[in-house]
Design a protein around this ligand. Structure first.
Ligand code: SF4
Length: 460
């Protein structure tokens, strides 16, 4: 039997890395010791806890070298597409074309945390009048102005409309600064009226057919623009192959989530699972490698589940987590407090569901885009959260509020009420800023209270 997997600190990874290398670890080109990323300015890394497997090492190295990959793609003459806000649609289209690489400028969300504010991106946004009354995605403005984090894309797209007004305002500021944006609209998703023609969406909701048709027209404009950029038409055949490739990633991720969120003891920490889920959005700028990285993680988790081992003690309180956290260390903190993540809604559940493979490709993508949880009501989102929390056997729900995010002003209450009504589970709402250090004690006290509530309910 292998040694019990553990969560370890960065300094422990230094020794572990040497041991693995001595034992013959073979790594991809972006491999290497994790601590080297601290020298690049990723100052938060020494304060996090990591899974100790080679699969996790590969995951972290893959994540932390994305900027290098984008620079290399630019140097090779590939076309770069910055796909803003849609979380899972335009990248599937862009990756269907040879010589095109898509990424999310929105990923700048995490730079203030990972670099512990040293990059000054939020200060740049402040100077542009986009202050902390906006969500941390405002860091993206600083990333564009400093050009220190990713190359300026050859084509910038932005999903606008019902999807997120914070984001639209920030992207408009970007456009005003001279970065042309190809906007595409998502109207507010509503339930079909009685007698109105409806279509089923991935994830289980329905929408009026006319509504899907509108988004499909919007995506047709994106398709034309991508074809012009690549110098090749984005044909149905290419799109269908792109959808199949995206679905391969989503299927691996689905099995990974099913195992990691249900097995006891917990086989993989919440932090690595958060990163794994994010790979489904844009493949971290290398679609085939993203699949390989997820496949290795899945292999590790399958092995742990078969051996009955995990990174946490058995019986940890099963918490369903809602919304991504600006400070990654919050994921460690829940586990330090006796909890574990057993299911998530990080605002992109539509990017985890398989894209229908039996439809004309643009129709399939339009249905997926319409299923984006942020284009519907908070009540719809709450309904899916309840469904997923029940499926994963959650014992409590934690809603992490995003500072400045307009949807967070009211959705916590709506989600909490729905969870209480339909599942009768305790709900905790906390706010997680880009660095939680000054509020860590308060957050940890509330997490401990939630875990204790779960334990008391088990004894009752
Ligand atoms: S986290 Fe919320 S407010 Fe921020 S960009 Fe995403 S959807 Fe918009």
């Amino acid at each position: 039997m292998s040694p019990r997997p553990r969560r370890i600190r960065l300094e422990d990874w230094t020794r572990r890395y040497a041991e693995l290398r001595a034992a013959g670890l073979s790594e991809p080109s972006y491999g290497g010791p994790l601590e080297r990323h601290v020298l690049d300015g990723d100052l938060r890394l020494p304060k996090l806890l990591y899974d100790d497997s080679p699969a996790a090492l590969r995951l972290w190295n893959f994540l932390l070298t994305e900027e290098d990959r984008l620079q290399a793609a630019r140097a090779e003459g590939k076309k770069l597409v910055g796909a803003m806000k849609d979380l899972g649609t335009v990248p599937v289209m862009a990756w269907s074309l040879p010589g095109v690489v898509a990424f999310y400028p929105d990923g700048a969300w995490w730079i203030p945390c990972v670099m512990e504010l040293s990059a000054g991106l939020l200060a740049v946004a402040d100077r542009l009048g986009v202050d902390e009354s906006f969500c941390p995605v405002r860091a993206m403005l600083g990333a564009f102005l400093t050009e220190a984090h990713y190359p300026i894309p050859d084509l910038l797209t932005c999903n606008a409309g019902a999807v997120c007004d914070d984001f639209s305002a920030i992207a408009q500021r970007l456009a005003g600064l001279g970065h042309p944006v190809l906007w595409w609209e998502s109207p507010h998703r509503r339930r079909p009226d009685p007698g109105e023609e409806a279509v089923e969406l991935p994830g289980g909701f329905t929408a009026p057919r006319g509504h899907v048709a509108l988004v499909r027209e919007e995506l047709a404009r994106i398709r034309e623009a991508l074809g012009r950029l690549a110098g090749l038409p984005l044909t149905d055949e290419r799109l269908a192959e792109g959808i199949r490739a995206a679905n391969r990633v989503r299927r691996v991720l689905r099995e990974l989530r099913d195992l990691a969120y249900t097995a006891d003891p917990c086989p993989l920490p919440a932090l690595e699972m958060l990163i794994a889920e994010m790979l489904a959005l844009h493949f971290c700028s290398d679609r085939e490698e993203a699949l390989a990285v997820l496949g290795e993680l899945l292999g590790e988790v399958r092995g742990r589940v078969a051996e009955g081992t995990g990174v946490l003690d058995p019986g940890a309180a099963r918490i369903f987590w809602v919304n991504p956290v600006a400070d990654l260390s919050a994921m460690n903190l829940l586990e330090d407090c006796g909890g574990r993540v057993c299911g998530t809604d990080y605002l992109f559940s539509h990017a985890l569901d398989e894209i229908p493979g039996d439809l004309e490709p643009l129709e399939a993508l339009a249905r997926m885009a319409v299923a984006d949880p942020m284009t519907g009501s908070a009540a719809d989102r709450a309904e899916r959260i309840c469904r997923d929390a029940a499926r994963f056997g959650a014992e409590a729900v934690l809603v992490s509020r995003i500072p400045g995010a307009s949807h967070c002003a009211t959705e916590g209450r709506i989600i909490g009420d729905a969870v209480d009504r339909s599942l009768g589970l305790p709900v905790l709402e906390i706010e997680v800023p880009p660095l939680i250090d000054s509020v860590r004690a308060g957050i940890s006290g509330r997490m401990e209270a939630l875990v204790e509530t779960v334990r008391r309910r088990r004894r009752a």
